[in-house]
Design a protein around this ligand. Sequence first.
Ligand code: SF4
Length: 212
Amino acid sequence: MHWVKKWYWQKTAEDAVKILNDKGYTAMYAETADDAKQMVLDLIPEGSSVAVGGSVTIGDMGLIDIFRSDKYKFYERFNTSGYAETYQVYRQSFLADYLVTSSNAITRNGEIVNTDSSGNRAGQIILGPEKVIIVVGANKIVDDLNAAFERIRVVAPQNAKRIGHHCPCVETGYCVDCDHPESVCNATSIIHNGRKHPGRYTVIVVAEELGF
Ligand code: SF4
């Protein structure tokens, strides 16, 4: 990575950590995704039950296979017989000790914004799992809610393509505000701050570009 780009991600991540701590979350800075991975593992006691969002960031960090080990009880949402079983895992995941996920966007006002196909991540971030650990690359820090929604419009077609949905943006490459049955944009949640349940949210901001 060019050193100026690294400097930009460092400044962005440092700034976001300050804002998020002021907003009542527990926010931490990570220099690299490897550092963030170790921080996540240090936060979760062995024996805990763990649910995850459908996150490229978390998958690329190699955390999914670790959560599948016998050290944890993993809510297996990926290797199922189909959506009916996945849906039941989503429902059960609301009782997890930990939700580990990324996010679509975090604003410079400390809002955490997520749009989902099924609403499992968006819903569990609001309430359910005892603790929520969110790992984001600094590329997901945006100025405000409008910028967050704009970011989601840009990345949602990429996510639709990635997970094999057949909504219109997979043909166009950009959002056409569809009403398609295979839309990946069916539920959006905004967390405004971390004050209601102190200690529930840990947000790790990585000074790198990660995920979608
Ligand atoms: S076209 Fe539909 S599925 Fe694709 S990004 Fe827009 S609203 Fe989401």
